[in-house]
Design a protein around this ligand. Structure first.
Ligand SMILES: [Zn+2]
Ligand SMILES: [Zn+2]
Length: 157
């Protein structure tokens, strides 16, 4: 099994916002909803869910609160300079945060355990071999257990 060294670091495009992930993430998933397509400017969103307590952020992200497709208010944390959205927090579950996988300095270990909103996917972008889960069946706890069973090992460097 692969070993990923901790901390894992990442940040925005200009470098004003940097973070370090100091413990194993909880899961990774892909989302094909139109919002994720718009925000990523690409085919789908790729998210790594982590405990907020496991992340150290440097710089002052600007917070923009927007409703997600399920109607939940989400705080998007973006760089005030380059405007890149680095992570998002649901204020009702602020113990967790969603890192945009592409902001990691090395995202090579990020393999989604599930993909959701597949009905709005760009057809060729449906990821082979990754289970499709309907938004209403998306259970972070269950998927987190599944992810942990196949995830790389995370160890302090
Ligand atoms: Zn920036
Ligand atoms: Zn989405």
């Amino acid at each position: 099994m692969d070993v990923v060294s901790l901390p894992q670091t990442g940040g925005c495009y200009c470098g004003a916002i940097r973070y370090s992930l100091n413990a194993a993430p909880l899961l990774a998933y892909a989302c094909h909803c139109h919002d994720c397509q718009t925000r990523s400017g690409s085919a789908f969103g790729l998210t790594v869910v982590v405990r907020s307590a496991d992340v150290t952020v440097s710089g002052e992200p600007e917070v923009v609160r927007l409703a997600n497709p399920s109607g939940l208010a989400i705080d998007h944390n973006m760089c005030p300079h380059c405007r890149l959205r680095v992570f998002a927090v649901n204020p009702k579950t602020a113990d967790y945060m969603s890192l945009r996988a592409g902001t990691l300095d090395d995202a090579s270990w990020v393999r989604p355990v599930a993909q959701t909103w597949v009905e709005s996917a760009i057809p060729w972008a449906v990821i082979p071999g990754v289970r499709a889960v309907a938004p209403e069946d998306f259970d972070f706890v269950r998927l987190g257990r599944e992810w942990a069973a196949t995830a790389p090992r995370f160890e302090p460097a």
